[in-house]
Design a protein around this ligand. Sequence first.
Ligand code: ATP
Ligand code: MG
Length: 591
Amino acid sequence: MSGNPTKNSVRGIVQPNLSDYEKTYAEFSWEWVRRELDGLPGNNGLNIAYEAVDRHAKGPRRDQLAIRWLGKDGAVRDFTYGDLKVQTNRFANVLKSLGAEKGERVFVLAGRIPELYIAALGTLKTLSVFCPLFSAFGPEPVFQRLVRGNAKILVTTRRQYEQKVVSLRERLPELQHILLSDVDDDVDACVLSLPKLMAKASDEFTIPPTNEEDMAVVHFTSGTTGMPKGAIHVHKAILTHYMTAKYALDLHPEDIYWCTADPGWVTGTSYGIFAPLAHGVSSIIDEADFDAERWYRILEREKVTVWYTAPTAIRRLMRLDIKPREQYDLSHLRFVASVGEPLNPEAVMWGRRVLDLTIHDNWWQTETGGIMIANYASMEVRPGSMGRPVPGIEAAIVRRSDENTVEVVTQPDVEGDLALRPGWPSMFRGYLHDEERYQKCFKSGWYVSGDLAERDVDGYFWFIGRADDIIKTAGHMVGPFEVESALLEHPAVAEVGVIGKPDPVIGELVKAFVSLKPGIQGTEALRMELLGFGRTKLGSAVAPKEIEFMANLPKTRSGKIMRRLLKAHELGLPEGDLSTLETTESGDKKE
Ligand code: ATP
Ligand code: MG
């Protein structure tokens, strides 16, 4: 297959990095990727922070923009690769002065402020372990994660500290140092001013020899299906980050790249920090939360060329009556990718119609550490498909034979568990303090992801749903994604979450919770119309039998629809762990 150069009216034609998928996939070796990275001087191993920062800072990229930080209030701070090296060296020296040791977790609880990024990379330089916490967590989720991660050092802001951490200190005897990013003086012997420590710290730091299997990051999963799990990642993961950013995000050295994810979730770390910096591109970081007009303005003003975002944000943009191509100059934008949830075909069509760009869906998990299945710049996109496995990754559909064994399904278009052959560099190396659960993920030599999918005859993977969300109705297996995508094609519909509701006759019946576009009333007539619309699109076996209007669907803070809460709501059952549920500004749960 030959590569289709991507249109780019301002920057000229850009040849995709992956011009021939089949050939690259067939010939690929991780050795190639390793050769594109530098490794620590003196053959001292592989360290993520060195690849992301220091190797650029000592070469021609020293004065190039690494990060442009856009503050909520309009402030702008630029960091070159040289600046980042100095700042992360200082942070590494701060940690050393506090006695931080190899393998110890350094937690950061903060919004998208520059100190978060500096702390992440500085921590990796010392061989301590970076552990991000989403800034909107309340005290209890913060406590749970700090305890599970045996936190000794926490970096946070004064506000976060006062609102959440003060009340927890007695229950966290292991927590020795709290560094506040925005106070000039120490609060007490344990609660210290980070700026003061940084000012005293040396600019020089030599990264110690790093084994590629040394622990680098612990990431808690999104908690969509239950209690979040702490996935352990190692320095070798940078090979996956680098390779996938090259092939699946098509990063070129001159790109201006914007990943909208928060580093509290794995996308915001793997692709918001490590991957773009490893490529030496200029990365935009916006401190503010989603705001359609602000986002379009950023794309325009910063001349973003590659944009990595999520279906939830795309659906929010789709709801609004903004005509981006008429109202904004987005001519620099050449590649858009999405992850986190299924990208409905309607969203891909919207991208083509409204942005004049195809949105490239890709699939991965906290556990996989990096993109595993993707749509590529050079390859035909089939709307609704997650694409094909990235080079170096063997993916398959497997069927569970019994509790501990699976068999590979060789025929196309058969539904089963999406599985990956273990051994890729960014594969998680464990769940923190839960070896049994980790072992259970592996069966018959495969990592079984917990998602159900199909593979078509050309090797494209199609998401069906999470194994836990599959609906068994009158002898059929129905994936919520298919039903949600069909209803989303109706012009009144903004978002849909579909569950199976227990039914004495047919096992489960398909029930859809629908939120409508602004200004549209959820009348009985509209409900009937949507039921009919579903039947026409899907046939009566799969179409929803019940539809309930709901102003806001429950979502994780990373924007995933929490079907388990829709089900709990339907059945009047306990809601389970709510630590990652999105809340309104006032801190109340969304109704
Ligand atoms: P938890 O494991 O705590 O329930 P989570 O699975 O949502 O939370 P993440 O690791 O952040 O935590 O998300 C990975 C999951 O997100 C995947 O297993 C899949 O269900 C979903 N997902 C990610 N990308 C896609 C995609 N492109 N299409 C469909 N689903 C996706
Ligand atoms: Mg999961």
